[in-house]
Structure formats: structure tokens, C-alpha cells
Design a protein around this ligand. Structure first.
Ligand code: ZN
Length: 108
């Protein structure tokens, strides 16, 4: 597989990065806008549960964002499509399914 710059791929990764960043911003805004925990005990349990869900979601989104930023970095470096563990080429089918993956199928 060629490491030539693929503008469509970069554009797709950048679009996904923007989308993830937007969702993260929304989550963070929701969290900081949470009502006062002391006002109502019953409600605060519900709020805490929702904040917990948002936190797990935010962590997952940050992981995806880091993967995408890594993929964009590897496009710049010319190492995109190579496994970051063994250095072998990642199969095109796998890259198509998971464009941001830094690992070949053996190191997934
Ligand atoms: Zn590998």
C-alpha cells in the first residue's frame, strides 16, 4: 500500500475529529450546567447517575479523538497504515473499517 497523501482520508479523519470535539464540548457543557447537588437529594442521585454516564461517554470520545489525532499525525509522518507495534502494513480492509487504528489485526 502506498503512503502517498490521501486527501479524502485526511478530510474524513478531520471531519470525524471535529464531530468528536463538538460532542465532547456538549458533554462538558451539560456537566457544568448540572443543578446544585444539595437542593434535592432524590434529584441529585439522578444527576449523579447521568454525570457518571456522561463521564464514561466523554472518556470513550476522548479515546476516539486521540486515535484520530494519532492517525492524522501518522499521515503527516508518512507512517499511516503501518502497525505501531510491528511496523507491518495494516490491511486495506481493516483500515477501511477502522481508519484511525494504529494496529494491525495481530496487535488489535
Ligand atoms: Zn502489528
Amino acid at each position: 500500500m502506498s503512503n502517498a497523501v490521501r486527501p479524502e482520508l485526511r478530510a474524513a479523519l478531520e471531519a470525524e475529529r471535529e464531530e468528536l470535539a463538538r460532542r465532547l464540548t456538549e458533554l462538558t457543557a451539560d456537566g457544568s450546567a448540572a443543578p446544585d447537588f444539595d437542593e434535592n437529594f432524590a434529584d441529585s442521585a439522578q444527576v449523579a447517575a447521568e454525570l457518571g454516564e456522561n463521564m464514561s461517554l466523554a472518556v470513550a470520545l476522548r479515546d476516539q479523538l486521540a486515535d484520530i489525532e494519532g492517525a492524522l499525525q501518522r499521515l503527516d509522518d508518512g507512517t499511516y497504515g503501518l502497525c505501531s507495534v510491528c511496523g507491518k502494513e495494516i490491511s486495506p480492509a481493516r483500515l477501511e473499517a477502522m481508519p484511525a487504528t494504529p494496529f494491525c489485526i495481530d496487535h488489535a
